[in-house]
Design a protein around this ligand. Structure first.
Ligand code: ATP
Ligand code: MG
Ligand code: MG
Ligand code: MG
Length: 469
């Protein structure tokens, strides 16, 4: 069996052999993009190389990039525990051409890797292209021998990538693996494409245009390539598993959860094991990259993820803090590829222990209150906003945690009511502060802080300290 580590190595060595510089993952807190909450794709560290602002000594690169998709524009937090293919932290394998090779070579490199090196059968694969990109469809036909029925044309933004409102953009082409007709879900482009039968494994982006204004687009003089393949998804395929959480790396973490809680990892509560394993990784990698739990910005996303994990530990009956006990298993699995985990192990352990100890005090009582308040509600019901606010304010329940608890029962939260209660409390706090004999300046600073959030210290070389959610 090819382990996750083997697959990562094979990928990087393959592109290395094909003239790509093997570049280390960049940190999860992007240093060159203040608009981004976390690094969420392999191309993030190369943004300025694609636009030409920055020059590198190479024109082809390959990486295994740490990504977090929670709390920002891409948010997969609500998918974890529900789909077979989403994590909040994952590794994106990528190859990049900065004005070097383009479409045909990118398709050929990808196809040879998955069918020759990895040995995937062509009859389980299918691809999508942007509906206006006949050129890509032609290369796929030529390189794979696929008929048009296996080259699906997608007219939506799913297959057109843009860096922003202006800047580089272009069509993309995605490779899907068919896990079999025993799994619900339709092919890409069909109404039930979000099922887990046809799983997207690799996205190839062809950066060929530059958007100058809303209506004006020109050809880039030297088009570029940006690709991303989920390591955990290709590992699942190569290990003959449907669900990402059944690959070797996750299995080790899930067994560790079972060991600590005594709960069967394949029983009715298996979703909790998965959520804990996922959130453990995100927590550990974020802390290793300098994020600490707090009430604002990135730190609050981390705190929300940690508390969700703790709620699932509670569901599995853990009486004492337990998530921190899983850290050695994670470091054992991933410390070789990511030495920062080894270095930060004591900090990760202590932070988890402290946060878990604090939240333990209110978690149980908060859940009891939530139960009492929703006892009379049926599916489709709504929890009052002021109760959600009380849970937030007094019991430390982030809003999304409350929503997550109620989701299984199909109960929603009155979020407008929650916001209203929050605003009222802020107004009270402001009045109390202004009336405490402080100068008028202080009240102004209070407003600024409420509006933009406190900054986090990210090190002296950071261009900008913090972006808002
Ligand atoms: P999906 O449609 O399945 O949510 P995506 O289209 O959002 O995936 P891309 O933005 O194209 O994903 O990212 C490139 C690749 O990264 C995907 O093809 C997939 O293999 C992987 N990937 C994306 N999101 C996740 C995630 N949350 N967990 C694990 N792998 C992911
Ligand atoms: Mg997605
Ligand atoms: Mg997709
Ligand atoms: Mg995609």
């Amino acid at each position: 069996m090819q382990s996750v580590s083997d697959i990562r190595r094979t990928f990087l060595e393959y592109f290395g052999k094909n003239g790509h510089e093997i570049v280390p993952s960049s940190p999860l807190v992007p240093r060159n993009d203040p608009t981004l909450m976390f690094t969420n794709a392999g191309m993030v560290q190369f943004k300025n190389v694609f636009t030409g602002l920055e020059k590198r000594a190479y024109s082809r690169a390959t990486t295994s990039q740490k990504c977090v998709r929670a709390g920002g524009k891409h948010n997969d937090l609500e998918n974890v525990g529900y789909t077979a293919r989403h994590h909040t932290f994952f590794e994106m394998l990528g190859n990049f051409s900065f004005g070097d090779y383009f479409k045909e070579r990118a398709i050929e490199l990808a196809w040879n890797l998955i069918t020759k090196e990895f040995g995937l059968p062509a009859d389980r694969l299918l691809v999508t292209v942007f509906s206006e990109d006949e050129e890509a469809a032609g290369y796929w036909r030529k390189i794979t021998g696929f008929s048009n029925s296996k080259i699906i044309r997608i007219p939506t933004s799913d297959n057109f990538w843009a860096m922003g409102d202006t800047g580089p953009c272009g069509p993309c082409s995605e490779i899907f693996f068919d896990h079999g007709d025993h799994i619900p879900g339709g092919p890409p482009g069909s109404p039930d494409q979000d099922g887990d039968r046809f799983i997207e494994i690799w996205n190839l982006v062809f950066m060929q245009f530059e958007q100058l204004t809303k209506d004006e687009r020109v050809n880039l003089p030297r088009p570029s390539i940006d690709t991303g393949m989920g390591l955990e998804r290709i590992a699942a395929v190569l290990q003959g598993k449907h669900n990402n959480y059944d690959i070797d790396l996750f299995r080790t973490l899930i067994e560790a959860v079972a060991h600590e809680t005594g709960v069967d990892p394949d029983g009715p509560q298996s979703a909790s094991h998965k959520v804990i394993a996922d959130h453990l990784r995100t927590t550990a990698f974020l802390i290793a990259d300098g994020v600490l739990p707090s009430n604002e910005g990135r730190g609050y996303v981390l705190r929300r993820i940690m508390r969700r994990a703790m709620r699932h530990a509670h569901i599995l009956g853990a009486q004492d803090p337990m998530v921190f006990k899983l850290v050695p298993s994670l470091v054992h699995e991933m410390g070789d590829a990511y030495p920062e985990l080894v270095r930060a192990q004591p900090l990760i352990t202590e932070t988890l222990k402290l946060e878990e100890g604090r939240f333990k005090k209110t978690l149980g009582t908060g859940l009891k209150l939530l139960e009492d308040e929703t006892k009379a509600l049926d599916a489709g019901g709504t929890l009052k906003g002021d109760i959600a606010f009380k849970l937030y304010d007094t019991f430390g329940f982030p809003l999304d945690l409350t929503q997550d608890v109620l989701r299984a029962r199909d109960i929603t939260v009155d979020t407008a009511g929650f916001e209203k209660a929050m605003d009222e409390q802020r107004a009270k706090a402001r009045a109390a502060w202004a009336g405490s004999g402080e100068t008028a300046d202080q009240a102004i600073w209070f407003d600024v802080r409420q509006k933009v959030g406190a900054t986090e210290f990210l090190g002296y070389d950071t261009e900008r300290a913090e972006g808002q959610i």
